[in-house]
Design a protein around this ligand. Structure first.
Ligand SMILES: [Zn+2]
Length: 323
């Protein structure tokens, strides 16, 4: 992109900074106990403040909504998946402008919420969204793009602020895949590799053990419940104390899907993705290999096979038992 074109884009971007994207968005329905209950079921949250059978049983004098439901009250629902049905406002206009300059991809990067008070059944929420800032063009691992910060302010039926949310997205030009770069330039492409698993504070130990040839399963040191994938807290008793056991490698196919499309570079298709029930009783998502997709059956016995791929990445695969 020439510097003139970039200047023209950034001149247009500046017009969006500090403006409200449109009229406030009202929640489709008041805060209500049904949605609170469904949310708590999905989250596994049994806090009596949210799901007590009677108002008198809560410390708030009535059931209240989990604060993290804040944004959910005003989301427009399944229509968000269809760009043609998205509301037309300054935010969608801004995204369309960036897309027209080649910044076609978007990824959410940050979300900070502030809560003023608990929401109670009957509260009617509206959200006002302001485009707070747009960064200069940044180079990131995903590609070059612009960070867009928006601030949502949530108000109740009396106009009182009950919470707010800072939301940041990166609107970017996707970095070229090796094959696309080769098609464009005619040079020999590097052999594409699989997506690298994210490693962090809570799961690096798991990948290290796997690289040594063992499939570890995290175990709560208080109650003994197994869990996977690795995470800091036991979902059964909320203990932070854990150790791990080595899986025997025996398991069965609990469920599976055969992926034909979209084809990510670095994988062989069709790709059998399976939920494996380990003999120890916990489950892991993995690829089933050494087996035609047509022969996969729910309940079939499988065996762990720890294999190195892409020169240095160790992954747990499963193969039909006895193969
Ligand atoms: Zn536990």
């Amino acid at each position: 992109m020439s510097s003139d074109t970039k200047q023209e884009l950034e001149r247009q971007l500046a017009a969006y900074v500090g403006i409200e994207i449109g009229p406030p968005t009202p929640a489709a329905e008041p805060v209500n106990e049904s949605m609170i209950r469904h949310w708590c079921e999905a989250m596994g949250d049994r806090n009596p403040a949210y799901v007590a059978p009677t108002a008198a049983a809560t410390i708030h004098g009535s059931v209240v909504a989990p604060p993290t439901m804040l944004q959910g009250w005003t989301l427009i629902g399944i229509e968000m998946a269809d760009p043609a049905k998205m509301p037309r406002n300054k935010q969608t206009e801004l995204h369309a402008l960036l897309s027209s300059y080649g910044y076609t991809s978007v990824v959410a990067t940050n979300c900070d919420q502030t809560y003023v008070r608990y929401l109670r059944p009957g509260d009617r929420i509206t959200a006002t969204t302001t485009i707070e800032s747009i960064s200069e063009e940044k180079a990131t691992a995903l590609g070059i793009g612009y960070f867009i910060n928006t601030r949502d302010v949530y108000r109740d039926q009396h106009g009182e602020e009950i919470g707010s949310m800072l939301f940041r997205v990166l609107k970017f030009k996707p970095a070229q895949l090796p094959q696309a770069a080769a098609d464009a330039g005619g040079s020999t492409p590097a052999k594409p590799t699989r997506l690298k698993p994210p490693r962090g504070h809570d799961n690096a130990w798991w990948w290290d053990a796997l690289a040594k040839g063992e499939l570890p399963i995290q175990r709560c040191r208080e109650c003994g419940v197994l869990r996977h994938p690795p995470r800091p807290m036991c979902g059964a008793c909320q203990s932070l104390a854990w150790d791990h056991v080595a899986a025997s490698g025996a398991g069965t196919v609990y469920s599976y899907t055969v992926v034909h499309h979209p084809k990510f570079p670095g994988y062989d298709y069709p790709l059998v993705c399976a939920v494996i029930e380990l003999a120890e009783g916990t489950r892991i998502v993995s690829n089933l290999v050494g087996c035609s997709p047509a022969d996969v059956r729910i309940g079939m016995p499988v065996r762990l096979s720890i294999e190195e791929v892409d020169g240095g990445m160790t992954l747990p695969f499963f193969r039909p038992a006895g193969s």
